[in-house]
Design a protein around this ligand. Structure first.
Ligand code: BMA
Length: 316
């Protein structure tokens, strides 16, 4: 159905969209959006950002057998801000990214801590999505849109993050750590474009890097500012498997932009914002979960082979 597609035609929106809204929630919530995603115990698990009626966000688990329907939502918040012990969480915890670290047999969750000094990146680990071990802040503000690679590269953990500095410049950076806590060797990985581009001036990582035969697939957002606000759209890049500081490809066009009413209207109009994607191995499809208009959760799917083919042809 063409009205469900972006012009590139790679991602197909689910006909069930929006797949989760505040009306589905077992307790009062303003909005539910920007969920991290992973496979967990034969289910697709979303760690959903829930904004309460004060404007403060926490995280709650929703699971589904097929990743599309019949979501089972935790009856209470799963992970609440803990400002007494972690003052950087005073105004909430937001936008989790989940990476399974095979070597540690742990899920790592990088999330935004909304501190009085601005947003920063915090880290927690879990094995069951009930108990979480907090590592505290791993960057200072202003920084967000961070996720770990699933394995060490050249014996070091590897993080993508997005500091903001120098009058609002916002590019995608990469860093390394021996222990997940101390990060160094910071380097710009992907620069925001300029001028009229859809990803001019401000970009950030969306999903944790996904390993493919062609390289690490990067799903990122670009923010185009215009007279009445901003448009958040999604584009793609590919990093070298052995040296992820090398960008092999970067799409020129965006592949998923706000189009349908649930994406164009809400608390923050025109914001398509994934925080996680799950590979459906039998069909070779990537399920991309995205917050729509900072209000609800939506799903779009794409064949991995189409994504990689597109990146070959649309490379900038
Ligand atoms: C980004 C993040 C996201 C949000 C988006 C649009 O900077 O704060 O949480 O979805 O803005 O408001």
């Amino acid at each position: 159905m063409s009205h469900l597609q972006d012009p590139t035609g790679i991602f197909q929106r689910s006909e069930k969209n929006p797949i989760l809204t505040a009306n589905d929630w077992p307790y009062p919530a303003n909005t539910v959006f920007n969920a991290g995603a992973t496979r967990f115990e034969d289910c697709t698990l979303l760690l959903v950002r829930v904004e309460d009626m004060r404007g403060i966000s926490h995280l709650t688990v929703a699971t589904s057998k097929d990743g599309k329907t019949d979501w089972q939502i935790d009856p209470q918040p799963t992970l609440l801000p803990d400002p007494e012990n972690y003052p950087e969480e005073i105004w909430g915890i937001e936008d989790p990214r989940i990476t399974y670290l095979e070597e540690l047999q742990q899920y790592a969750v990088t999330y935004t801590g909304y501190s009085k000094q601005g947003p920063l990146v915090s880290l927690a680990t879990t094995t069951d999505f009930k108990n979480f071990k907090r590592f505290g802040a791993i960057t200072h503000p202003e920084n967000k849109d961070a996720a770990l690679f699933p394995k060490k590269i050249n014996d070091l953990w590897c993080l993508i993050h997005r500091p903001v500095y120098g009058g609002g410049q916002a590019h995608i950076w990469i860093a390394y750590s021996p222990d997940l806590v101390h990060w160094g060797q910071h380097k710009i990985l992907i620069e925001a474009r300029q001028g009229g581009w859809w990803d001019a001036n401000k970009i950030g990582l969306n999903c944790p890097p996904i390993e493919t035969p062609e390289g690490w697939l990067i799903i990122y957002h670009g923010v185009r500012k215009h007279a009445s606000g901003s448009i958040y759209r999604i584009g793609l890049a590919l990093l070298d498997l052995d040296d992820p500081t090398k960008v092999i490809r970067r799409s020129q066009q965006w592949v998923l932009g706000p189009k349908l009413p649930y994406e164009r209207t809400g608390d923050v109009p025109d914001a398509n914002f994934p925080c996680g994607a799950v590979m459906n191995d039998p069909t070779g499809e990537l399920y991309l979960y995205y917050g729509a208009a900072d209000t609800c959760m939506a799903l779009a799917t794409a064949k991995m082979k189409d994504i990689l083919e597109f990146l070959k042809n649309d490379n900038s």
